[in-house]
Write a protein that binds this ligand. Structure first.
Ligand SMILES: Nc1ncnc2c1ncn2[C@@H]1O[C@H](COP(=O)(O)OP(=O)(O)OP(=O)(O)O)[C@@H](O)[C@H]1O
Length: 362
């Protein structure tokens, strides 16, 4: 089972440049969380701080009971083994085959014999759908395959916490759907705590249990996904719709003259180019593929959200209630299908997505 990661009062600067301050949040055990935010707001810096690659000036990061900002190098080395990290570009060694790249953490951190290493590596290669490509070099495969290889490498030490920095960057929408599905399937199988950093609105709408957003050096919010998706905060609405008009500018903050100009343009009926999608209509979360176990985190998440419910804004409360009812229906349908014999045990695991309350294969 995954472990909880609890961040409190975290502040990070590089020299005189403050990146974010006083960030507090808890990644609940085994749940999937997403961190959104405009480019340059320090999402990658946040991930690196969670694994102790970067050191904050203030605050704590408690992983499995240990504050990694204060612990010894030896303790940090041990704690790091709990993490599997998928960096933005896959971070593979260019001169090593995929097999050797994926085997690297096992050879580095364990004393496993080579035949054991081979078994584990081949199992993970199979899991991410790369069987047959193990002897290829990273430069010989597509960006999507490199991502999946990076994910396989992140999984070899059976991590309890998985951090993914923009798993969708450089991928087309179909490959993005596959990698999202893979994350949900892995979560269902190993119940690891997951944090995904992304700009991708579809991922944000369908994958995480919880969503947070960094903006103007602060964590604007973090909580059950319905809170952000129904939020009326201008920065959240603008980010979700991808509109030019709003508080987010090309450089992080707009000056007031530009903001006034945009208001005038919007008043004159000129579009800021954003989607007119209604994000308050919550799309049910992607479910594990047929034949996968149900996600254990769902029950824990529900329990937590039900306890929080009275403190949430009314729109979020309504969305939570609707979402729970709809997801119960989908899960019941999936269970009936899994038990109907319609899906043989050796069926290829085509990603099953849940869109607008309907399941559909892609
Ligand atoms: N090691 C470093 N030394 C100095 N500055 C850094 C370092 N790492 C990151 N930064 C700065 O921190 C800021 C945040 O960078 P970061 O990559 O975390 O943003 P991000 O939100 O992940 O952006 P994107 O969405 O574009 O990937 C940037 O201004 C970057 O230049």
């Amino acid at each position: 089972m995954g472990v909880e990661v609890s961040v409190s009062g975290l502040t990070k600067s590089f020299g005189s440049q403050n990146i974010w301050r006083d960030v507090s949040l808890t990644l609940p055990t085994g749940e999937v969380s997403a961190l959104l935010g405009p480019s340059g707001t320090g999402k990658s810096v946040f991930l690196k701080t969670l694994i102790g690659l970067l050191h904050p000036e203030q605050g704590s990061v408690i992983v499995d009971g240990t504050d990694i900002t204060q612990c010894s190098a030896k303790e940090l080395y041990e704690i790091r083994k709990l993490f599997g990290v998928l960096f933005q570009d896959g971070a593979l060694f260019g001169s090593m085959s995929l097999f050797d790249n994926i085997a690297f953490p096992l050879r580095e951190h364990t004393k496993k014999k080579e035949d054991e290493v081979r078994d584990i590596v081949m199992e993970k290669i199979d899991l991410v759908g790369l069987t047959g490509a193990e002897d290829k070099l990273p430069g010989e495969i597509s960006g999507g395959m490199r991502k999946r290889a990076g994910l396989a490498r992140a999984l070899v030490l059976d991590p309890q916490i998985i951090l993914c920095d923009e798993p969708d960057s450089g991928l087309d929408p179909v490959r993005t759907a596959y990698i999202s599905q893979l994350l949900i399937d892995i979560n269902a199988q190993i119940d690891a705590t997951v944090l995904v950093v992304t700009h991708n609105i579809n991922i944000a709408r369908t994958i995480p249990d919880n969503i947070g957003m960094l903006f103007r050096k602060e964590l604007v919010m973090f909580g059950p996904r319905e809170v952000l998706l129904t939020s009326e905060q201008p920065v959240v609405k603008q980010f979700l719709s991808g509109d030019r008009f709003g508080p987010i500018g090309m450089s992080e903050e707009k000056d007031s003259a530009v903001a006034a100009q945009e208001e005038a343009m919007a008043a004159a009926g000129i579009s800021g180019g954003g989607t007119k999608d209604d994000f308050t209509e919550i799309i049910p979360q992607v479910q594990p593929n047929p034949g996968m176990p149900e996600r254990k985190a769902i029950a824990r998440h529900r329990q937590r959200v039900l306890e929080l419910l009275p403190t949430l804004p009314p729109d979020a409360q309504e969305a939570v209630r609707r979402g729970m009812a709809e997801e119960d229906e989908i899960r019941a349908e999936n269970r009936a299908r899994d038990h109907s014999g319609l899906v043989p045990d050796d069926a290829p695991t085509a990603p099953l997505r849940v869109v607008g309350g309907r399941t559909q294969s892609v």
